[in-house]
Design a binder for this molecule. Structure first.
Ligand code: NAD
Length: 302
């Protein structure tokens, strides 16, 4: 039986890990030649290896999506190797540092916006001319529920993901008549390496409690939405920001899902932050906050 993306070429950025890897595997499973772009070569090679072992065709191009010259080279290499580009999942992103708006550093702001927002724009800037030459294509950008609701301590991340949603809508209108559809997915709490370290700890129940559906999402569940948005089944869908979040973003924002006193006015808390759950300490004294911060644990109570 012919696979739905046979003869097509798909690009996935941030495909060395998590949602991006799941999306690359899903495109390959549907028959697309799949290009894996990431700053992490080892993880990217692993994604390519998995695809090839399953009988697919894949290529790794080490790319920093925040650098215009590298993104331009990426698209050139795709066209040189496979001759076309049909689908793009612009997914690479970082969480950035956790701090309230006035404490967010300029460095954190610039870095988060450069990868999460400018990176998505740069990818589209170089993908779209190739798709126009071919007469069409489909693009999916990874936003977040943090682009739909505000999250405490995440000004740059929320701004970047809200920006991705608006960028998606603008691009969708620019190219609707040219046969290029542009959509976004807004994942909720997804069990990727970002979240994995909390699984098996006492924070896990709190994480699950955040999701109305009763569990964290799987990267594969986001990947299936991406594949559907690129497929002909979604031929009348463009400019859409689709939550894939177990109902998460319909609930109260910034709720503390789990909390336990550990004495001296200090509590462990699990909260929703940047679209992902964060296990943190809420402490009244600056001494205690400094103590936990030095151990790499997020703190609150400022
Ligand atoms: N996991 C979640 O709960 C969740 C929720 C909402 C949104 N998201 C978004 O989903 C996307 C994927 O996240 P994930 O959870 O799979 O995390 P992840 O850390 O497993 O994957 C992110 C990938 O992006 C790559 N990357 C980072 N900076 C890059 C750059 N400058 N150029 C190229 N690649 C770069 C990383 O190396 C990594 O492989 C991100 O945009 C993230 O913001 C994740």
């Amino acid at each position: 039986m012919t696979k739905q993306f046979e003869g097509k070429v798909a690009l996935v950025t941030g495909a060395a890990s998590g949602i991006g890897r799941a999306s690359a595997l899903a495109f390959a499973r549907e028959g697309a030649k799949t290009v894996v772009a990431d700053v992490l070569v080892e993880g990217g090679e692993e994604t390519v290896r998995i695809i090839k072992e399953a009988g697919g065709d894949a290529l790794l191009v080490r790319t920093d999506v925040s650098k215009a010259a590298e993104v331009e080279t990426l698209i050139q290499k795709i066209v040189e190797t496979y001759g076309r580009l049909d689908y793009a999942h612009n997914n690479a992103g970082i969480a950035g540092a956790d701090a309230p708006t006035a404490d967010c550093t300029e460095e954190n702001w610039d870095h988060t916006i450069a990868i999460n927002l400018k990176g998505v724009w740069l990818c589209m800037k170089y993908e779209i001319p190739q798709m126009l030459k071919q007469g069409g294509g489909a693009i999916v950008n990874t936003a977040s529920t943090a682009g739909l609701v505000g999250l405490e301590g995440s000004p740059a991340y929320c701004a970047s993901k809200g920006g991705v949603i608006q960028l998606t809508r603008a691009a969708a209108l620019d190219y609707a008549k040219a046969g290029i559809r542009v959509n976004a997915v807004c994942p909720g709490v997804i069990r990727t390496p970002m979240v994995e370290r909390l699984v098996g700890t006492e924070a896990e129940a709190g994480l699950i409690a955040m999701e109305p559906i009763g569990r964290m999402g799987k990267p594969e569940e986001v990947a299936e939405a991406v594949v559907w948005l690129c497929s002909d089944a979604a031929s009348f869908v463009t400019g859409n920001a689709m939550p894939v979040d177990g109902g998460d973003e319909r609930g109260p924002v910034n709720r503390v899902a789990g909390s336990r006193s550990i004495g001296q006015g200090t509590r462990w808390e699990t909260v929703q932050s940047r679209g992902v759950p964060v296990f943190r300490v809420r402490a009244r004294s600056s001494f205690q906050r400094g103590y936990y911060l030095r151990q790499g644990i997020a703190v609150s109570g400022r």
